[in-house]
Design a binder for this molecule. Structure first.
Ligand SMILES: Nc1ncnc2c1ncn2[C@@H]1O[C@H](COP(=O)(O)OP(=O)(O)OP(=O)(O)O)[C@@H](O)[C@H]1O
Length: 379
């Protein structure tokens, strides 16, 4: 059984200009001890998904669906239960630790706080636990007495990871945990996260715009576009052989990490993702898709099966028979789909939105939303 199951998650932000549908029917699961990476270009809804999982969205967000943590729906939880689940059931590491740590409190006190609030230790035990946690993340125990400004960016992010581990959560959500760091430190932090999670039984949701980093560190990958998961499957398979033209474009936009044999030059995808408040008809990726067909204007694809243990939201993954059964028009002058080839991407990576359909098979995470410190959400 999955530790986390997200089902048909929708999030819309109420704004002065109307509702912004940031997440549109995202479903995915994470088994105990496994890592799911969520990729997609800026604005596709990744952070919104992450924040929705622990009800950290601002009050302007309207949320529906289910977020089952060990079978319990977080979205329907009473406030007291939700407080117990945060940190202990699942914790979150944001990008930019300087903004997440309180500048006027010592790092050790901040790491100890969730342990104390959850009644997991006496103050003396919490102090010992802080020392252990700091050493676990590669910092000397005396750093507990430091203030955030006395640490480097990488050290602060290590302290944030220590805090996320403090209550021994079964799920860690890491939202672009290395984005604000330089490349060498990024690699160290990713290795640290990998080592901490490996064999620990902790599940992880790792968000990044960088598909190659996720492919290197995650068991499974979900690619988001315009508030939907458009591709989901085993990390290596998705990165090497994406079935959705957007997944293929995103994969082509990054060189492979640690594979000097792969000399392919990064390629980009022209165009911009759509405005979530003004999506095109049919597939949201249609205006940028190098493999677009006439029927893409009519069909809002669901995450259909696209190979062993994977799905893609593209009409081209359907055989003629499957398309007929689903009421999807066949491509002009042919008997049906097949797996789409990687598009001949051009310059400028970037992400794209994907149209949506009704999520069906696998699920994918979504991001989006702005960082709300300690929030509350609304349904
Ligand atoms: N508080 C908010 N109010 C209104 N719209 C919002 C709010 N937060 C996010 N959005 C919109 O929701 C959509 C998804 O944003 P989100 O931050 O989840 O995307 P993202 O993929 O995480 O992007 P990034 O990688 O830049 O963080 C975007 O169109 C964004 O402008």
């Amino acid at each position: 059984m999955n530790y986390l199951d997200v089902r048909d998650l929708h999030v819309a932000y109420r704004t002065a200009g109307g509702e912004v549908p940031a997440v549109r029917g995202v479903s995915f699961g994470i088994a105990p001890g496994t890592t799911l990476g969520v990729a997609g270009e800026s604005g596709c809804g990744k952070s919104t998904v992450a924040l929705a999982l622990l009800r950290l969205l601002p009050a302007s967000a309207r949320v529906s669906g289910q977020v089952l943590l060990d079978g319990e729906d977080v979205l329907g939880m009473r406030w007291g239960r939700l407080r117990a689940v945060r940190w202990a059931g699942a914790s979150i590491v944001f990008q930019g630790a300087m903004h997440s740590l309180n500048a006027v409190h010592r790092v050790g006190d901040q790491i100890a706080e969730p342990v104390l609030v959850h009644g997991q230790a006496t103050p003396a035990q919490a102090r010992r636990r802080v020392g252990e946690l700091l050493e676990q993340v590669g910092l000397p125990a005396w750093r507990a007495r430091s203030y955030p400004h006395e640490l480097s960016g990488g050290q602060r992010q290590r302290a944030m990871i220590a805090m996320a581990l403090a209550c021994r959560p079964r799920l860690i959500i890491a939202d672009e945990p290395t984005t604000a760091l330089d490349v060498m430190i990024q690699a160290q932090i990713l290795r640290l996260i990998d080592d901490l999670v490996a064999g620990s039984g902790i599940s992880m949701l790792m968000i990044s715009h960088d598909l190659s980093v996720l492919a290197d560190t995650c068991d499974r990958l979900a690619v988001m576009y315009a508030g939907r998961i458009v591709e989901e499957g085993p990390a290596g398979a998705v990165f090497a052989d994406a079935r959705h033209p957007y997944g293929a474009a995103l994969s082509a936009a990054f060189p492979r990490v640690g594979d000097p044999a792969s000399r392919r030059a990064p390629r980009g995808l022209p165009g911009d993702p759509p405005d979530p408040a003004d999506l095109p008809s049919g597939c949201a990726f249609r205006p940028r898709c190098p493999a677009v067909q006439d029927r893409c204007a009519e069909v809002d694809p669901a995450l259909w099966p696209a190979g062993p243990d994977r799905g893609a939201a593209c009409v081209r993954v359907l055989s003629a028979e499957e398309a007929r059964a689903l009421g999807v028009p066949p491509p002009e002058g042919s008997d049906g789909g097949g797996v789409p080839a990687a598009p001949a991407a051009t310059e400028d990576p970037g992400g794209t939105p994907d149209p949506g359909g009704t999520p069906e098979p696998g699920g994918t995470p979504e991001s989006g939303g702005d960082r709300a410190p300690e929030p509350e959400e609304t349904r």
